[in-house]
Design a binder for this molecule. Sequence first.
Ligand code: HEC
Ligand SMILES: [Ca+2]
Length: 505
Amino acid sequence: MPNLIPTSLAGAFLLTVALSPSSCVPTQAEDQPNPAASGILEPHPTGGKEPKVWSIAQTSPGATRLWAENCASCHGQDGGGGGARTLLTRELFHQDLDRRFFDATKNGDPETGMPAFGETLADNQIWALVVHIRELQGRALARQGEGVARDGLHRGKRATFRIEDVVTSGLRTPWGVAWLSDGRMLVTNREGYLLLVDQGRSVKVEGIPPTADVGQGGLMAVTVHPQAAQNGWVYLALNDRHPDGRRSITKIVRGKVTVDGDQAKWKDNQTIWQAPEDTYGSGPLHFGSRIVFDGKGHIFFCIGERGNGNLAQDLSKPNGKVFRLKDDGKVPEDNPFVGREGAIPAVWSFGHRNPQGMAFGADGRLWITEHGPRGGDELNEIVKGANYGWPVVSFGIDYSDAPFRVPWPSEDAGFTMPVYRWIPSTGVCGLATAKSRQFPGWEGDLLAGGLAGQCVDRIRVRDGKFVEVERVMSGLGRVRDVALGPDGLVYVVLNTPDKVVRLVP
Ligand code: HEC
Ligand SMILES: [Ca+2]
């Protein structure tokens, strides 16, 4: 049943949203503002069945004010306690307690004296308070020097390494790295050029297709075919400009890099995937886009929702999707939406916000990191045909501090939940799997870069479940990509300063 609408919240207007798959917000034109981003979602008519509902306050004070007015009297302004025990402990920071915190705030606990707020606060306001607690904890618990070198050495829990510069000039917002079969490194630069790096010297690869350098988009992923020694194919994800000059979207191409003396050239260019013409968009946000091979003749790639959250739920739009194709661009017949009317047949999974990292794990599972709103960054295991929930559910709140959603779907919504979520956010970006004799202590762990967080987090997952997280590097710049080199070293692509470094054990 819908929650009671509290009268005590001056000026707050509440709306209940049924979380069933059909509550997916209606599609809208690419150029309109994103209602999900502003926290406004169309109410869903509660059909015949009575679905579980979360109450959503459409307008609300920010989480900081909600905390000051409702919670600080007992928990302290900073969460350190007073009338209650401190919330600022490592044990209470664990993601497994998200639901316990939400339920405690909503339902209270007569035994401890924690009052119930389910009658006076909407569910998304309660969740915003949990995010606020996590942000207070994050600030208080940030270990001084975590991930930072002392005497030039990073001493982590399972590895000790130093950081070495690899490329320090000629880069402008470097985005991705990959290695040709002869060991030479390719680096994409977002504004639209590809560099070939050979023993510290770099040359531009001439003749790659033009890139639209728009906001967060431009030349993005570079990936080399696993059989490149035989076939030479290099794949690029680039922002392709529509002939109208105003709109653009990610396109996947492949070509071969040939070297002649001091010159490097892009040859035999082929388009592997191009979006339907009417889906090119003008927004500057959330492009994705990474490319990985599964070793079975397929590529997987991803595209962000371009600031239009609703389109992530629309299978006829490329926004907010993971795609799967044969390496030559043909659609595999066993893709989940082949034959579904209106659906783009290359789609493999949907309901994503901004997937900017992608990697196969040591056990063959496919992982993406998804840049969420404030507090909603996610690590997701990608499963055929699954819906990852954006923008209907989210762990994040609005950047303005306003409540947004509740993270959990109703029992029947069928959303796939993240295996790990970052609260506070790191601006999660590139992702790699540590499969290297150089880092035996990290074997099989995921290495996730963070932009705003300027960090690399090592995440251990086993059998698809979260085990532990450690910040292994921090404070050297915005981390755009993490990759494993052919030498077994971990390469990190930094922005501001723009450079490529590597971790040497
Ligand atoms: C009247 C005092 C009081 C107020 C007001 C209050 N709390 Fe509490 N809260 C407590 C006490 C007492 C506990 C039990 C913890 C303890 O043993 O100190 C508690 C426990 C909690 C817990 C559970 C921690 C755990 O270990 O699971 C959460 C989460 C929490 N409060 C959040 C809030 C939020 C959010 C608000 C504001 C909406 C709030 N509290 C307002 C007194 C209060
Ligand atoms: Ca999600």
